[in-house]
Design a protein around this ligand. Sequence first.
Ligand code: 6GU
Length: 240
Amino acid sequence: MRIDVVSIFPDYLAPLDLSLVGKARQTGLLDLRVHDLRDWTTDRHRTVDDTPFGGGAGMVMRPDVWGRALDDVLEEGAHLIVPTPSGEPFTQRHAERLAQEQHLVLACGRYEGIDARVAEHYRSHGQVTELSIGDYVLNGGEVAALVVVEAVARLLPGVVGNPASLVEESHGAAGLLEYPVYTKPPVWDGLEVPDVLLSGHHARIARWRRDTALVRTAQRRPDLVAALDPADLDAQDLRV
Ligand code: 6GU
């Protein structure tokens, strides 16, 4: 997969050299390039923003600078992602769909955002998706770009060493948060690992994990429980 990220702070994307994403780049599973938006400015001060029409606080990123950048970077067939707090909530379903694409381009805005004509213009060229990573405000799209790139890259074949670890996780197919996990030692700080996990009884372990996942999800994310397909619940679930 090819991913291009355009930002006025390319150094913000440095963590993408690390860990599994860094390894995926080294091994060629991921061709990730980070660009400095100011490379597409034309004035002495390398200006990327200006005051908002209609007034108000803050600055807006200029469409002409973004247009030159994206005309260069956004090849035919590429999917443009614009991180913004006013975007659709980014979910695992987006990550799964984006992991199927050949080429993603992430346009990181700063200040009050990018002139709205940029997203409008590129919608007539190809797919454009404005994504928010949650209901809070960040200073720019860079951290959101890190989130999207990591969530997508770990789904690419070969990036996560053991593909089984992608199966039973929070926000996976079951629509539940993940059950609590434990490792050695069996007693730590007077706290014991639940007996069932030491029992070797696979069916009972699976049942316990399902039950604790359901309870946890009901407590922390009642919205996810409400969205479950009743057909995916079994008789025991309905007793939890
Ligand atoms: Cl994608 N950008 C910014 N600036 N703030 C956010 C966000 C994105 N998602 C949540 N807050």
